[in-house]
Structures are given as C-alpha cells and as structure tokens.
Design a protein around this ligand. Structure first.
Ligand SMILES: Nc1ncnc2c1ncn2[C@@H]1O[C@H](COP(=O)(O)OP(=O)(O)OP(=O)(O)O)[C@@H](O)[C@H]1O
Ligand SMILES: [Mg+2]
Length: 228
C-alpha cells in the first residue's frame, strides 16, 4: 500500500518582487526520506524552504505535509499545522535566548498542541538522546556552547514528532569536519524518529553524502535581464 509522502508539492509558484521566480510543478519527499537541496548563495534555497513551510505566501499551489494542505489555511491555523508537522532548523539556530534548552524544546511542543503533561519528560529524553543532560538542560541557551546550541536546535525541530524536518544550511558556518558531523547528527535524529529530512546546502562536498539530491535551479528561474 503506498504511504502518504512527507511532502507533496503541486503547481507552486512564487516570485520575490524583481527577484527570481520559483515554479514547482510536482515534487515529493517520501515518508522518512532524505533529500539534499543544493545551490550556490542567492540561488533560492531559503526562499523554497520558506515557501514549503508557508512562511512566504505562494501565489498559487499546494503544499501537503503528511497529507494535509498547509496553504489551504492561514494565520494561526497555518502556524499550528506547521508546528505539528514541520520541524525547522535554521542556520543561526533562532533559539529563544534567555530560555533553557528544555524550555526551547517544550515551547515547540506547546505550539504544536502536545499535551502539557508530556512536555518535561519528552524534552529531557530528546535532549538526552542528543547528548545534553544534567544542568545543561536548565541553563539559558546563550550560556551553552555553539555545538550544544545546535543540538538544542535539532531537538526543538523534532520536539513535536514532525513528518518532515526542513534544515536551512545548518552547516554553513562550520568547518568541513564539523559540517559532516552535524549533518550526521541531524540525519540520525530524523531517522530514529521516522521524520523525513530536506536539507539545503551550498557546499558541494556534502553532495556525495546524500543519495537523493536536487538542484535549486530545477525550480528557480532568474528574472529577465538578470545574470549573464
Ligand atoms: N524579500 C525579498 N525581496 C526580493 N528579493 C529577495 C527577497 N529575499 C530574497 N530575495 C532574492 O531572492 C534570491 C534568492 O534568495 P535566497 O535567500 O532564497 O537564496 P539562498 O540560496 O538561500 O542564499 P544563501 O545561500 O546566501 O542563504 C536572491 O537573489 C535574493 O536577493
Ligand atoms: Mg539561504
């Protein structure tokens, strides 16, 4: 029996004013699948991830996450659907500073509608599986090391057991060894929990680590007059 894909995109179109146009006729990522979205700086990687997350408003089209159309609703209802089904990892983490690792993970659960009684223990389990424990859980994230903050960002993305994790250049500011290690960490965390992973990178050396790769240029065309 065919399973519902983690991500299914149809007839999606968008353009930044005066910027490149994004057109995705059809694209899917299977449940539990892994895809690398590649392209140089400025090619449209973040734009595409923001469209898929419904953070940018597409002109038209559908984005189904685990069978549910994210773009059919707006505002708070879209935020809720995103929170329940999509885990986001940003290049600069975007953790809530002043809040602890545990609180960052628990807030993601809260916004996804996970029953409050489960938050504390689930956050500790998840952070523990990513190598944070003891008083690290309750220290404000700004007093954790960069590597630890990255682990909190991964934990937060997985806190609501999403169907898919969208990771926007999680390795951009790292040296090659740490970039590879971080990618392994994110992949392993997603695999263990059955989440699909769509990861963007401008780093060609990551390509060989992914069986399924797609180039941003498949979906993006430059405005007329731009480029060479
Ligand atoms: N709000 C905006 N208005 C107009 N153009 C924009 C806007 N945001 C981005 N762009 C343009 O869209 C293109 C794609 O930007 P995007 O941020 O998606 O690229 P990227 O591949 O994520 O780059 P990087 O690797 O540097 O993060 C760029 O040419 C950028 O200048
Ligand atoms: Mg970007």
């Amino acid at each position: 029996m065919p399973t519902t894909p983690a991500l299914l995109v149809r007839d999606l179109s968008f353009a930044h004013p005066g910027g490149p146009a994004v057109t995705i006729d059809e694209w899917s990522v299977p449940a539990g699948g892994e895809v690398l979205l590649q392209g140089p700086s400025g090619s449209g990687k973040s734009t595409i991830l923001q469209l898929l997350a419904g953070l940018l408003d597409a002109k038209s089209g559908r984005v189904e996450i685990d069978g549910e159309d994210l773009l059919a609703v707006r505002g708070a209802e879209r935020d809720r659907r995103r929170g329940r089904r999509i885990g986001m990892i940003f290049q600069t983490f975007n953790l809530l500073s002043g809040f602890s690792a545990r609180e960052n993970a628990m807030l993601a659960m809260h916004f996804a509608g996970v029953p409050a009684a489960a938050h504390r223990e689930r956050a500790a389990d998840l952070l523990g599986s990513l190598g944070l424990s003891g008083n690290e859980l309750d220290r404000p994230v700004d007093r954790l090391s960069v590597g630890q903050q990255q682990r909190v960002a991964v934990a937060r993305a997985l806190a609501a057991e999403p169907a898919i994790v969208l990771a926007d250049e999680p390795t951009a500011s790292l040296d090659p060894d740490n970039a590879a290690r971080t990618v392994d960490l994110v992949r392993e965390a997603c695999r263990t929990r059955g989440a699909a992973l769509l990861l963007t990178s401008h780093d060609p050396s990551l390509a060989e680590r992914f069986e399924n790769r797609i180039d941003v240029s498949t979906f993006v065309s430059l405005p007329s007059g731009a480029g060479s």
